[in-house]
Write a protein that binds this ligand. Structure first.
Ligand code: NCD
Length: 325
């Protein structure tokens, strides 16, 4: 049984197998809610969820907004360009402004690692029960993405009765810009804890040796890495986080590390491909493979994001001590 305090969700580093199982089972309940004609439940009625996105986002921001609305919370949205941040207000003062308006849960994305943690610390110092969820901080972590990936993997393996324990022994290959990827870091914690056989592949410039300390196998060429893989998680080349050119050219990168149909022959016969989006079509994955519903779980990842985020907001809301259902 999960014994964690769910008030803040900043990192998956200390998540246990039981915590992951609770997320999968809770997400399953919300998947059922989303299959109804009336997709709204009163779980967070009267609560305020603020999306503080200091960095651009399509999927994650809209997915959190929809999740909060399906739970009947009131939502506030913040975008730096149109806010007082451009008048010099600090990040913590921005968060305190949302606190003063009665925000219960802050969903925070920032280009710098550590910002959601700093806001959570500040909220704790002020007393009160505000919860902070990390929606992606720099190169650090992106817990809700790894958890929706987990739900997508487990429901592929067992649609009606998914369980986090299904990942044990599955070969999962993460390919691409691992160095700059917060998605990869959160996924590593999750997949290794659940006993998956995790392999990483990228050019050495995007995959330093230190990553072997996560308990994974490192490759620098695709061919051996692909053998018998059950799932391939592709990652975007994060050119905005590369201070210098770390790959010779996008064409060359695709030639060496791009995933396409031909390359899947070495994998397990039921192999499935994932990508957190946004995708550079034809760079990390070929366009036709990305659009093939028999081989790609990319659309399912987006769909599952809403139920997964509902379950996180629910678990965080429940930890505030109020009776919420
Ligand atoms: C990722 C992110 O922003 O960290 N995307 C996402 O949240 N779906 C990955 C990326 O930007 O490549």
């Amino acid at each position: 049984m999960s014994t964690r305090n769910w008030r803040h969700v900043i990192s998956l580093e200390d998540f246990t197998a039981e915590d992951y199982e609770l997320v999968v089972q809770t997400t399953c309940s919300f998947r059922e809610v989303l299959s109804r004609r009336n997709k709204k439940v009163p779980t967070l009625q009267g609560k305020v969820v603020a999306n503080l996105f200091f960095e651009p986002s399509t999927r994650t921001r809209n997915s959190f907004e929809l999740a909060a609305k399906r739970l009947s919370a009131d939502t506030l949205n913040f975008a730096p360009g149109s806010s007082s941040l451009s008048k010099g207000e600090t990040i913590l003062d921005t968060a305190r402004t949302f606190l003063a308006m009665g925000t219960d849960i802050m969903v925070v994305r920032h280009q710098a690692s550590g910002v959601p943690q700093a806001i959570a610390q500040d909220m704790d110092n002020l007393g009160g029960t505000v919860g902070v969820l990390n929606a992606g901080d720099g190169k650090h972590e992106h817990p809700s993405q790894a958890l929706l990936d987990l739900f997508t993997l487990t429901t592929y393996l067992n649609l009606n009765y998914p369980s986090a324990s299904e990942l044990k022994g599955k070969k999962i290959l993460i390919v691409g810009d691992i160095l700059h990827s917060r998605v990869a870091r959160s996924n590593l914690y999750c997949l290794v804890t659940l006993g998956a056989d995790v392999h990483l592949v990228a050019p050495p410039t995007l995959l330093p040796k230190e990553f072997s300390s996560y308990g994974v196998t490192i490759h620098h060429t695709l061919s051996t890495a692909l053998e018998d893989a059950d799932f391939i998680m592709t990652l975007r080349l994060q050119t905005e986080r590369m201070g210098q050119f770390l790959v010779p050219s996008l064409r060359e990168y695709h030639a060496q590390f791009g995933i396409n149909r031909d390359r899947l022959v070495k994998c397990s016969p039921n192999v499935q491909v994932l990508h957190p989006g946004p995708v550079n079509r034809g760079v990390e994955i070929s366009s036709d493979l990305m659009d093939d519903p028999r081989l790609s779980l990319i659309d399912k990842q987006v769909t599952n994001g809403v139920a997964t985020r509902m379950s996180l907001l629910y678990l965080m809301g429940a930890s505030s001590g109020d009776k919420i259902i």
